[in-house]
Design a protein around this ligand. Structure first.
Ligand code: IPM
Ligand code: MN
Length: 360
């Protein structure tokens, strides 16, 4: 099979973790006799430095022409404390989501048995947790108009806006995902306060009859934030709007023990994009210490979701599981004094994949 990738390393630790994920993809492709083509594109602060635009048209075309995008991270502290900065790296990410129509961000939470004690939550609370968050990604308060300041600069406003069609298409993804899993869909909202949330509820109730097997439930976001760490096993599929999803998915990463473990897929109208849920972690950029697992797991999601390569994705996940079991891991999830670098972990995973016998 031919795999055509756009590779966007981005900022901070992005380049080093993407390099490892790409090495894993190359290893899989060689093992299973696929045909890989890839090109690099710039995005974020790296792109601002290069051409003044955090999501240049050239990068957009590259993504449009690819079958999938492998993405690292975006963000650079030199922009964070400058509220007057005209252009910010994050705008690149937001424009990329919008221009590629990536309206659904799928973030699974899984636990690794050997890492249960890494989580600040008690073992009995997190053992066996397995849920997926579906975050709406191109609407709501992130993109609603009007947004800005009053003339005197003393008032600022953001708008949370959702059209029924945007709600329908994201709920459809939630319902369909629930059908493939335990058939439980939790819509998280703030319908006791927000008009948009009430439209979400109404729309979900209207769609319910199309999925009679799915148990549809609703939860207010403040309660959901609490339930997620108190009793996370109750969740199967969570679907929620952009901002609530942003916050809840960071919270959910605590369950697995490290932000460095969780992958995500963004899907929608055009090319799908795969990226770790963590940020660019600029403090350690270039030091070869960042955990590459979230990005490698994102590559596994890409093999499965964008190309239907199930067996290939499975072997990558197996390799990651083994590396964790053998404690061949980076410092953030190491148990003792011994830990390995980003590239050592990546190489271990590639070697494991090479050494496996598989029937192709
Ligand atoms: C994420 C990030 C982004 C978001 C930022 C960098 C704009 O936090 O992907 O979750 O808020 O969506
Ligand atoms: Mn976020």
């Amino acid at each position: 099979m031919k795999l055509k990738l756009a590779v966007l390393p981005g900022d901070g630790i992005g380049p080093e973790i993407v390099e490892q994920a790409l090495n894993v993809v190359k290893t899989v492709v060689t093992k299973f006799n696929h045909d890989l083509h890839y090109s690099y594109g710039s995005v974020g602060a790296a792109a601002i430095d290069k051409c003044g635009d955090p999501y240049p048209e050239e990068t957009h075309q590259l993504c449009l022409n690819a079958d999938a995008v492998l993405f690292g991270a975006i963000g650079d502290p030199k922009y964070d404390n400058d509220p007057k900065a005209k252009v910010r790296p994050e705008q690149g990410l937001l424009r990329m989501r919008q221009q590629l129509g990536l309206y659904a961000n799928i973030r699974p939470v899984i636990t690794f048995p050997s890492l249960l004690d890494k989580s600040p939550l008690k073992r009995e609370i997190i053992e066996g947790v397995n849920f997926v968050s579906v975050r709406e990604l191109t609407g709501g308060i992130y993109f609603g108009k009007p947004q800005g300041r009053s003339e005197d600069g003393k008032t600022a406003y953001d708008s949370c806006v959702y059209h029924e069609s945007e709600i329908k298409r994201i709920l459809k993804i939630g319902f369909e995902l629930a059908m493939q899993r335990d058939k439980k869909l939790m819509v998280v909202d703030k319908a006791n306060v927000l008009a948009t949330s009430r439209l979400w509820r109404e729309t979900a109730q209207d769609m319910k009859d199309q999925y009679p097997e799915v148990k549809l439930e609703f939860m207010f976001v403040d309660n959901a934030a609490m339930q997620m760490i108190q009793w996370p096993k109750q969740f199967d599929v969570i679907v929620t709007e952009n901002m609530f999803g942003d916050i809840l998915t960071d919270e959910s990463s605590v369950i697995s023990g490290s932000l460095g473990l969780l992958p995500s897929a963004s899907v929608g109208e055009k090319t799908s994009l795969f990226e770790p849920i963590h940020g660019s972690y600029p403090q350690v950029a270039g030091q070869n210490v960042a955990n590459p697992i979230a990005t490698i797991l994102s590559a596994a999601m890409m093999l499965e979701n964008a190309f239907g390569l199930k067996q290939e994705a499975e072997i990558v996940r197996k390799a990651i599981e083994e590396s964790i079991k053998k404690e061949y891991v980076t410092k953030d999830i190491a148990n003792g004094e011994t830990y390995y670098t980003t590239s050592e972990v990546g190489e271990w995973i590639c070697n494991y994949i090479r050494s496996r016998n598989v029937e192709v």
